[in-house]
Design a protein around this ligand. Sequence first.
Ligand code: 7PJ
Length: 260
Amino acid sequence: MGIINVTPDSFSDGGLYLSTQRAIAHARDLIDEGADILDIGGESTRPGSQYVNVDEELNRVLPVLEALVDTGIPISIDTSKPEVMKHAIEAGAFMINDVNALRNPGTLEAVAPHKHVQICLMHMQGTPQSMQANPQYIDIVSEVKDFLRQRIHAVNTAGIASNRLVIDPGFGFGKTLQHNLALLNQLNEFTTLGIPILAGLSRKSMLGAITGNNVSQRLHESVAAALLAAVKGARIVRVHDVKASKAALAIYNATQELDK
Ligand code: 7PJ
């Protein structure tokens, strides 16, 4: 899954892909690099980021989605707002990637009737405004797993079948470095939920906390983290650097082919 940010304050592409045209051009590059899915986001969820209203988010996301829908690449929209979900689905989105796991009012109803649309349910403790202030867990892996189990149950009850779901432990969303490392180390624990796992580690500060590299220099860390996540059971990795990630994953995939 290649990342397309259409946000002025996004923490790693900040200022680079502000315009619709540049976001579309970047998307085309990621398709050429071999992305299987594109994730388009119009509201940054980085720690401390500001709220974006519905109209502004739609203005950022829809033109990019509309320009790319004819390419045939499956498009995910990174949003927590029901109105954005509805418009994105009408415009041809294949997945709704909600960092709030369909907890906002109206979101279950926005996606449930559209049986062809996939949903990513991500774990987050707190809100993007406050989540990194003092994240606390007694047992991070079991708490995140319990949360995801409860969300799967809630969305099933709302009429969303499990075969439409993807789950994500939400690296960096209300977690310390130690929490993030425990989740990555034990990512395979989540496979018992029986839902494909998505992992987003690309360029995140947890990687920089280990190597000391700043966000524009985290290619190698990001590729290593994506590969490790895949080895531990992730079926989708959300990345900025598609070409490098694909090459790394190809080596792992080749070893898996031998098992069949
Ligand atoms: C994630 C995301 C993630 C999912 C962001 C960033 C922050 N969606 N949206 N998982 N991260 N599903 O890219 O650093 O980890 S925005």
